[in-house]
Design a protein around this ligand. Structure first.
Ligand code: NDP
Length: 434
C-alpha cells in the first residue's frame, strides 16, 4: 500500500487472499523464510505501451496498452486481454494475481497474467477495431509466445478481436504459432467448447457444490447478471440442468422475465445485432426492463450468478438477495462480490462459489486449446466438455478439502486460495530465488 497507494483494487484482492492463508503460514514457516508473499505480490514483469491508431475519420487516436505477467512458477503466463475504458494498471494487477491462483487450481501448466487497454470497442467499426488490434499487437508480440505468455479474451475481446490480434502476430513473426493466443476461431486452431467453457464450468461447479450439500439445480430460480460470454452460457447450462434463469443485464440496466429468459433472443440481440439488453422487452411482453444494473439483485431467486464485472454485487445487493432467501451464489465474473458482501453471505450460511474456483473453466479449456494446438489435432466437443467437467469437480473437491484441513470448513474462498497458494508457493521454492 505504501509503494502504490492508488492501486485500491489490487490491495483488496491481495488482502482477501492473504487473510485466508494465515493458517497455512502459521503451520509452514518455510514460506515466510523464502519471502513467498513478498515475491508473489510483485508481478514478475509489467509492460505498458502506447497504442496509436487511426479512426474512420482519419484522426489519430492514442490508447494505453498493458500486460501484467504476474507469475510463471507453474507454467507459461496465461490470462485474458480486456478492452474497456475502465482498465487501469491496478485492475490488471488484481486480475493477474487472481489468475495465478485460478490457473494453478486447474491443475494444468499455466502461470498467471492479464492485459488489455482502455480502448472501448463499443461503437467502433470493424475496421477501427482491426486497426486498434493490429497496433496493440505490434507492441505486444515481443512480450508473448506459446512458450512465454499466451493471452486470451476477456471483456471487450471476443472472437473478432482475437482473430485480428492473431492475424497481426502471425504476420510479424512469420509463424503459425497458434498456441500463442486462445479463444481462436475454430478454423484456425480454436477449441470446441471454449466459447461455452466459463459459463458451463460455473454451472458444473455449482452443481457439484449444491449436490454435495444435498441440493440440486432442478426447478431453482436463478438471477444472472451480464449478457456477455459468461452470462450467456451460464444461462444455457442452467436451463439444461432444469433451473429457471429469470434475469440478465448490461451496464445500462437489467431485464426480468418471469417466464424464464429466452436465450435465443439474448443471443440474437447481443451476438448477432451487438445491441443493448433493453431491446429484449420488445419481443417479450411479460418481461420488464429496469434502468441501472445493480437492481438485478432485488429479484427474488434461489441462486445468484454475478457474471458481468468486478464489484457489481455489493452489500446492498447481498442484503436484498438474503432477504429474498437466496441459498447459493456463484461468481462467474472476476471478483464481482465486494469483500464486505462476501463476508455477509458467509455469515448468513449462503453457499458461495468464489470466482477463482467457479469460473476457472474458461482458462482450463484455453489450456486444452493449447494442448490441441501442440498436437495439431482437434478434440470433439464432448471430449473437451468431459475434461472440463472433471476439472471443475476437482477444483471443488480440492478447495473443500483444503478448507477443512486448515480449519475453515465450508469456506471455499479460503479453500481455493489455500489449494492454489500451496501449489504455487511450493513450486517457487523448488525453483530457487528467482
Ligand atoms: P463480455 O464483454 O462478453 O460481457 C460483459 C458483460 O458485463 C456485458 O453484459 C457488459 O455490459 C457487462 N458489464 C461490463 N462492464 C460492466 C459494468 N461496469 N457494470 C455493469 N455491467 C458491466 O465479458 P465476459 O462475459 O467474457 O466476462 C464477464 C466477466 O467474467 C468478467 O469479469 C471477466 O473477467 C470474467 N471472466 C470471463 C471469462 C471468459 O472466458 N470470457 C473467464 C473468466 C472470467 P455492456 O455491454 O453494457 O458493457
Amino acid at each position: 500500500e505504501k509503494k502504490d497507494p492508488q492501486e485500491k483494487e489490487y490491495h483488496n484482492v491481495v488482502k482477501e487472499v492473504l487473510t485466508s492463508i494465515v493458517p497455512v503460514l502459521e503451520q509452514h514457516p518455510e514460506y515466510k523464510k523464502h519471502k513467498i508473499l513478498e515475491r508473489m505480490v510483485e508481478p514478475e514483469r509489467v509492460v505498458m505501451f502506447r497504442v496509436p491508431w487511426e479512426d474512420d475519420k482519419g484522426e489519430v487516436q492514442v490508447n494505453r496498452g498493458y500486460r501484467v505477467q504476474a507469475n510463471s512458477a507453474v507454467g507459461t503466463y496465461k490470462g485474458g486481454l480486456r478492452f474497456h475504458p475502465s482498465v487501469t494498471l491496478s485492475i490488471l494487477k488484481f486480475l493477474a494475481f487472481e489468475q495465478t491462483f485460478k490457473n494453478s487450481l486447474t491443475g494444468l501448466p499455466i502461470g498467471g497474467a492479464k492485459g488489455g487497454s482502455d480502448f472501448d470497442p463499443k461503437g467502433k467499426s470493424d475496421n477501427e477495431v482491426m486497426r486498434f488490434c493490429q497496433s496493440f499487437m505490434t507492441e505486444l508480440y515481443r512480450h508473448i509466445g506459446s512458450m512465454v505468455d499466451t493471452p486470451a479474451g476477456d471483456i471487450g475481446v471476443g472472437g473478432r478481436e482475437i482473430g485480428y490480434l492473431y492475424g497481426q502476430y502471425k504476420r510479424i513473426v512469420n509463424s503459425f504459432d497458434s498456441a500463442v493466443l486462445t479463444g481462436k476461431g475454430l478454423g484456425y486452431g480454436g477449441s470446441l467448447a471454449r466459447t461455452e467453457a466459463t459459463g458451463y464450468g460455473l454451472l458444473y461447479f455449482m452443481k457439484e457444490m449444491l449436490e454435495d450439500n444435498g441440493q440440486s439445480l432442478q426447478g431453482k430460480t436463478v438471477v444472472v447478471s451480464g449478457s456477455g460470454n459468461v452470462a450467456t452460457y451460464a444461462i444455457e447450462k442452467a436451463i439444461e440442468f432444469g433451473a429457471k434463469p429469470v434475469t440478465c443485464s448490461d451496464s445500462n440496466g437489467y431485464v426480468y422475465d418471469p417466464d424464464g429468459i429466452d436465450l435465443a433472443l439474448v443471443k440474437e440481440i447481443k451476438q448477432v445485432r451487438r445491441g443493448r439488453i433493453k431491446e429484449y422487452v420488445e419481443k417479450r411482453p411479460n418481461a420488464q426492463y429496469h434502468e441501472g444494473c445493480k437492481g438485478v439483485w432485488t429479484v427474488k431467486c434461489d441462486i445468484a450468478l454475478p457474471c458481468a464485472t468486478q464489484s457489481e454485487l455489493d452489500i446492498d445487493g447481498v442484503k436484498a438477495l438474503v432477504a429474498n432467501g437466496v441459498m447459493a451464489v456463484g461468481e462467474g465474473a472476476n471478483m464481482p462480490t465486494t469483500l464486505d458482501a462476501t463476508e455477509y453471505l458467509l455469515e448468513k450460511g449462503v453457499l458461495f462459489g468464489p470466482a477463482k474456483a467457479a469460473n476457472a473453466g474458461g482458462v482450463a479449456v484455453s489450456a486444452l486449446e493449447m494442448s490441441q494446438n501442440s498436437e495439431r489435432l482437434h478434440w470433439t466437443f464432448e471430449e473437451v466438455d468431459e475434461r472440463l467437467k472433471g476439472i471443475m469437480k476437482n477444483i471443488y473437491r480440492n478447495s473443500k478439502k483444503n478448507a477443512e484441513k486448515y480449519g475453515q470448513k465450508g469456506n471455499l474462498i479460503a479453500g481455493a486460495n489455500i489449494t492454489a497458494f500451496l501449489h504455487v508457493a511450493d513450486t517457487m521454492i523448488a525453483q530457487g530465488i528467482v
